[in-house]
Design a protein around this ligand. Structure first.
Ligand SMILES: Cc1cc2nc3c(=O)[nH]c(=O)nc-3n(C[C@H](O)[C@H](O)[C@H](O)COP(=O)(O)O)c2cc1C
Length: 244
């Protein structure tokens, strides 16, 4: 019986989890967690889920998806898993299209790069699946520059200081009041007030509201002006089907 746990804002990690589900042997019993890298660390929503999980006696594997680099996410993961009684299994990363656009110099990947990354990811996940199936305890991450500093110091600063839910807004001109941002929010953090979205304070910053708004009216202060939107192609289908 496979134990696959996944959090995904825009569908990248969900797509990787689906590929792993297919590639791992049917009787594979170790838990495998799949989620995106947020600010060189584990997304707060995943941290909370791990803190509520008992891993006693289990070998727990982790596959994270990232736009380019993971930092030392493995150190945080190791602390989280061992604090819940688990043993650390394989730790892997898969490079996927970038979703973080809340900085002036950051934008979504151009179409060609998206296709290139998705293509490379398919082969990468097959390799990872073989290592996990063999229960290897390998660390295979794309660390990037200054990984220790970014994960240790920038990660907490990012969530405690830089990202503020009150900076989300919807453009009065463009917003049609459809409420899809609210119904799609994985944390139930958006409510519609007088036909306009209002963000609460339990945001995990997955940016699904921004990327999946059909009128491109969600903004994160001025940083998302003229920025692109991205959803994994399979996730677009899932959204379409679930809302029919
Ligand atoms: C808040 C936030 C922070 C991110 N931080 C990083 C990062 O530190 N390094 C990186 O390579 N990608 C980063 N990304 C990009 C995502 O990790 C990447 O696009 C991931 O595949 C998204 O997965 P999902 O579609 O399952 O949510 C970040 C994305 C978001 C929304």
């Amino acid at each position: 019986m496979k134990e696959l746990y996944c959090f995904s804002g825009l569908g990248n990690s969900a797509a990787v989890a689906r590929m792993l589900e297919e590639a791992l042997p049917a009787d594979f019993a170790d838990p495998v967690w799949v989620f995106p890298v947020y600010a060189w660390g584990v997304p707060p929503i995943v941290v909370k889920a791990i803190e509520e999980t008992d891993f006693s006696g289990k070998l727990v594997h982790m596959v994270c998806t990232c736009g380019s680099e993971t930092g030392h996410i493995d150190r945080q993961w190791r602390r989280l898993v061992t604090s819940r009684g688990g043993m650390v299994g394989g730790i892997y990363s898969v490079i996927m299209p970038l979703s973080y656009i809340c900085m002036p110099f950051m934008n979504t990947d151009p179409e060609k790069k998206v296709l290139r990354k998705l293509d490379a990811a398919r082969a990468r996940v097959q390799t990872i699946a073989s290592c996990i199936a063999a229960r290897q305890q390998t660390v295979d991450l794309t660390l990037g520059p200054c990984p220790g500093f970014l994960s240790r110091f920038v990660y907490p600063w990012f969530f405690n200081t830089l990202m503020k839910t009150r900076l989300f807004r919807s453009s009065q001109k463009k917003c049609r009041g459809c409420g899809l941002c609210a119904s799609r929010c994985p944390n139930g953090n958006i409510t519609m007030v007088d036909g306009r979205p209002q963000w609460g304070d339990k945001c995990t910053f997955c940016l699904r509201c921004y990327h999946s708004c059909p009128s491109h009216s969600v903004a994160y202060w001025r940083f998302t002006r003229k920025k692109g939107q991205y959803l994994h192609p399979d996730f677009k289908q899932v959204i379409k089907l679930s809302e029919k």
